[in-house]
Design a protein around this ligand. Structure first.
Ligand SMILES: [Zn+2]
Ligand SMILES: [Zn+2]
Length: 153
């Protein structure tokens, strides 16, 4: 797949932290859980799952959010934007899609925790889950996303 128009650059609102993405996203997701509502200060989080070796950061971040070793929420040390999450068991990073230089094309493929979705909120995701997708569904979801996920225009 060569139509992702990589690399992408991304940054926080003060631009102190610069991020570069050089690998296609594995999936785009919206999470409506109460934790994501609080972390984003918005109705849901919008993430791109990026292979860890396709993600680079310049500038100082600090850990915030849940302070869990297996789910490290990185924030800009200056403007305090939530930028990405790492520390997961697998080799990937969840990057906040809204930090991209051009986020105009980003559409979630899956949405999770719709049980906790705020009234009137529509994410545009193709596949919805009451909670989180069962682990055995990630592989087929990622295959489908690689084929038909929304791309940069
Ligand atoms: Zn969530
Ligand atoms: Zn910043």
């Amino acid at each position: 797949m060569t139509d992702w128009k990589l690399p992408w650059s991304a940054h926080c609102i003060c631009a102190h932290v610069q991020m570069r993405i050089t690998a296609p996203p594995m999936i785009a997701m919206a999470c409506h859980c109460r934790g994501c509502q609080r972390l984003t200060s918005g109705p849901y989080s919008l993430s791109l799952m990026i292979p860890a070796d396709g993600f680079a950061v310049e500038g100082e971040t600090e850990i915030g959010g849940l302070h869990r070793p297996d789910q490290r929420h990185h924030f800009c040390a200056h403007c305090k934007n939530w930028l990405y999450t790492d520390g997961f068991a697998g080799p990937f990073v969840n990057v906040r899609a809204t930090m991209l230089e051009d986020a105009s094309w980003v559409r979630p493929y899956i949405e999770s925790c719709i049980e906790q979705k705020l009234p009137g909120v529509v994410s545009g995701a193709k596949v919805s889950f009451e909670n989180f997708p069962p682990p055995d569904q990630y592989a087929p979801l990622m295959e489908a996303y690689a084929r038909e996920g929304a791309r940069p225009a």
